[in-house]
Write a protein that binds this ligand. Structure first.
Ligand code: APR
Ligand code: PHB
Length: 396
């Protein structure tokens, strides 16, 4: 016998999108159950992005999950653009009337959200399998899954597909409904987490003839470093020595580089892709976060976009349950997509500006350098960068 339970919103996926949605719904008095196929430990240790826009930080604090964030995060007022062997600072705060960005690892956000849900008696079902979604084109959607070998069913009013890029929700929408926009960039990032103090208090984005490099951090003792590499790169070709040598070469300025080597804690390859589906909803199934869109990581927008989506979805669901109708829910996709496309454009622009394109001649390089030169010397151009980088308004 299949055991059936009931909730108002069934949320598939305990990433930032699913967990924050569950928390925001709880604050609005809406019940939900989160179904996650990985373990709690796995999601709390998974190394992902780490840069939060001002609006993301404000929202996390406002909704009561920002205590540790306020204590442990690193607030940044500027970034450095390094090219032609010299560094140039972009004063984000001065250019945006006081806005900042914040370094706080995604898995720390996850820990804070899981704790908030569990402390409030919320239901997150970890390590479930065979999740499938049904009947969402009518008023009584259902989710089926297996837990500890037993088959279960969750009856609900709405399903939130927060199950990331490889999830099942997007694929469950009938063929022909979604328009897919997909672009693969001809390079990837090799990401390294290392126990070494940051070489600089601010992030450094480097344009270099050997390829892009990004210096960022997680704490005052742990650095996160990225190197442009080929999309099919084999990690075996990157012993630690080669990583340090390459970082030293790309981050070096005319004055040298004070990069200190330390133990490498983790290495991985991140593909570079731009992906959007339209619309992000089908009757009572709503997609949010990576399930609906992927940006190349250059502008650090992935996590921030997921947060923006669920903020809008939570408000729309809360309005519905408060008796204010389906209006906001019907506009969910259009509201999200406007900001998503602007973030997609910004991520594409930053990616194209800073990476070496294989097979292309020196003309592109000269154009990139001319644009970088303009960017750091024109207040108008730096302001456009700063506005987008610290995060466009939610605007809903
Ligand atoms: N059933 C249940 N859970 C699933 C399934 C499934 N079939 N498929 C995937 N999941 C879970 C994943 O294990 C993961 O925990 O869904 C979650 C999706 O989380 P994320 O991939 O983190 O996606 P999202 O919450 O949209 O966060 C956006 O921003 O920094 C970027 O890509 C980065 O994770 C990041 C994201
Ligand atoms: C990160 O800290 O992982 C990070 C920061 C900025 C980016 C991308 C990644 O643009």
């Amino acid at each position: 016998m299949v055991q059936t339970a009931r909730t108002q919103v069934a949320i598939i996926g305990a990433g930032p999108a699913g967990l924050l949605l569950a928390h925001l719904l709880h604050l609005a008095g809406v019940r939900s159950v989160v179904l996650e196929n990985r373990s709690q430990q796995y999601i709390e240790e998974r190394i992902r992005a780490g840069l939060l826009e001002q609006g993301t930080v404000d929202l996390l604090i406002e909704c009561g999950v920002g205590e540790r964030l306020k204590r442990e995060s690193l607030v940044h007022h500027g970034i450095e653009l390094r090219f032609g062997g010299r560094g140039h600072r972009i004063d984000l705060t001065a250019l945006t009337g006081g806005r900042t960005v914040t370094i706080y690892a995604q898995h720390e956000v996850i820990k804070d959200l899981v704790k908030a849900r569990l402390d409030a008696g919320g239901e997150i079902r970890f390590e479930v399998s065979d999740v499938s979604v049904h009947d969402f084109s009518g008023p009584t959607p259902r989710v089926r899954y297996r837990e500890s070998g037993a088959e279960r069913e969750l009856a609900c009013d709405f399903i939130a597909g927060c199950d990331g890029f490889h999830g099942i929700c997007r694929e469950s929408i009938p063929a022909g409904v979604l328009t897919v926009y997909d672009h693969h960039y001809p390079f990837a990032w090799l990401g390294v987490l290392t126990e070494t103090p940051p070489v600089s208090p601010e992030l450094i984005y480097t344009h270099h003839e050997r390829g892009f490099a990004l210096f960022t951090m997680r704490t005052t003792r742990v650095s996160r470093l990225y190197l442009q590499c080929t999309p099919d790169e084999d990690l075996a070709n990157w012993p630690d020595d080669r990583i340090w040598e390459e970082l030293r070469a790309r981050l070096g300025t005319d004055g040298g580089v004070n990069l200190r080597e330390g133990p490498i804690l983790q290495k991985g390859i991140t593909a570079m892709r731009g992906f959007v589906v339209e619309p992000m909803q089908y009757h009572r199934l709503f997609l949010a976060g990576d399930a609906a869109h992927i940006v190349p990581p250059t502008g650090a927008k992935g996590l921030n976009l997921a947060v923006a989506d669920v903020r809008i979805l939570a408000r729309a669901l809360a309005a519905h349950y408060a008796g204010r109708g389906m209006d906001l829910l019907e506009r969910y996709s259009a509201t999200c997509l406007r900001r998503i496309w602007r973030a997609q454009r910004f991520s594409w622009w930053m990616t194209t500006l800073l990476h070496r394109f294989p097979g292309e001649g020196p003309l592109r390089t000269r154009l990139q350098l001319a644009e970088l030169d303009y960017l750091v010397h024109s207040k108008a151009a730096s302001t456009a960068l700063a506005e987008n980088y610290t995060g466009l308004p939610f605007d809903d």
